[in-house]
Design a protein around this ligand. Structure first.
Ligand SMILES: *Cc1c(COP(=O)(O)O)cnc(C)c1O
Length: 349
């Protein structure tokens, strides 16, 4: 979802942005007008996320999936080793890609219990020689989230934050690199945001394609080639919404906790439905649940769809149901869902 406030604003500016005589979509990325749109998006992101000055923000393309390769190409440059924690499909894909470029050590995995928890991580588990440690902070498909960050000592922590970015405050200084496909919580598809500590830029391997080298984009203000101009504009509006309409990430978190608690509290008290994730690993954004009976799950998915609920079917790899309640989902959306689940429960017990 995108906030209606954002869509209304974009609709109002669709034909002409300000007095520029053109739509943002029609602007040259090298024009003065567009540079202002771009700069505003970056400065809002820095402000809202409280990004320290020694970090670069890069606006890229290729999705979070391209980062699975860019990270090892740019960062596996000293020992050629990296530590990965496996907590679901996305972290598995990230690790598989890194294996093409160096020695990958799987530090821990929650595959033994269908990724229903975040493994306990201790500093002694990490290789002090590793070039970085990779985690997936929020696991979109399985609905888990780290409740605390692992202590990796001096080894840079790299995190995929695609499905939790902007959902609550995050201490950027604890990370070497953060990355997110924008389409879950920042804006439309087509934009990938990378936040990288400056000292990690500039040591990519020789074979790295120019477009896959962070230095290329850092040196050119993300304008080495044409960036996803319209997606960046919408991302700027989403950030403006968080800042002016919500009141920042602390407030955003408050709202997200309230939304998620509504659903978790119901799941914990329900006799028909149950959540699939261990309590201390629960995501604020993605909430998977089941009835315990596949036929009943199917019936729920069909009936909820007919009632106007969108995308409640669980990911094809896990089945069941999953409610994704990203930032833009209003609390009323979750209230309506719980109401519907209560009704379904009464009719099917
Ligand atoms: C959606 C998602 C991805 C994939 O993002 P793309 O931009 O489609 O490549 C990767 N990681 C996480 C955690 C995701 O939620």
């Amino acid at each position: 979802m995108l906030p209606e406030w954002v869509l209304q604003k974009a609709a109002g500016e669709m034909l002409e942005y300000g007095t520029s005589g053109q739509s943002v979509m029609e602007m040259s990325h090298r024009s003065k007008e567009y540079q202002a749109v771009f700069d505003s998006c970056e400065s809002l992101l820095r402000e809202v996320m409280n990004i320290p000055d020694n970090y670069k923000v890069l606006f890229l393309q290729g999705g979070a999936s391209s980062q699975f390769a860019m990270i090892p190409l740019n960062l596996m440059n000293k020992s050629g080793k990296a530590d990965y924690v496996t907590t679901g499909q996305w972290s598995k894909k990230a690790m598989a890609e890194a294996k093409r470029y160096g020695t990958v050590n799987e530090v821990a995995s929650s595959a033994d219990k269908t990724f229903s928890y975040i493994p306990k991580l201790d500093k002694s588990m990490f290789d002090p020689q590793a070039d970085y440690v990779h985690i997936t902070l929020n696991n979109t498909i399985y609905g888990t989230k780290y409740s605390e960050l692992p202590d990796t000592g001096n080894v840079p922590l790299v995190a995929d934050i695609s499905s939790c970015v902007l959902s609550e405050p995050l201490d950027v200084s604890k990370f070497g690199l953060l990355y997110a496909g924008a389409q879950k919580n920042m804006g439309p598809a087509g934009l990938t945001v990378v936040i990288i500590r400056e000292d990690l830029i500039g040591n990519a391997r020789d074979i790295t394609p120019v477009m896959f080298n962070y230095q290329t984009h850092a040196d050119n203000g993300s304008m080495y080639n044409t960036p996803p101009t319209y997606a960046i504009y919408i991302c700027g509006l989403v950030l403006e919404w968080i800042k002016t309409q919500i009141g920042g990430l602390e407030k955003m978190k408050e709202i997200n906790v309230k939304k998620a608690s509504l659903l978790y509290d119901f799941l914990d008290s329900s006799t028909l439905f149950k959540g699939t994730v261990e309590k201390d690993s629960r995501s604020l954004m993605n909430i998977p649940f089941v009835t315990g009976d596949e036929e009943l799950d199917k019936k729920f998915v069909a009936e909820s769809k007919a009632a106007g609920f969108v995308n409640l079917k669980g990911h094809r790899s896990v089945g069941g149901m999953r409610a994704s309640i990203y930032n833009a989902m209003p609390i009323e959306g979750v209230e309506k869902l719980v109401e519907f689940m209560k009704k379904f429960e009464a009719e099917n017990l």
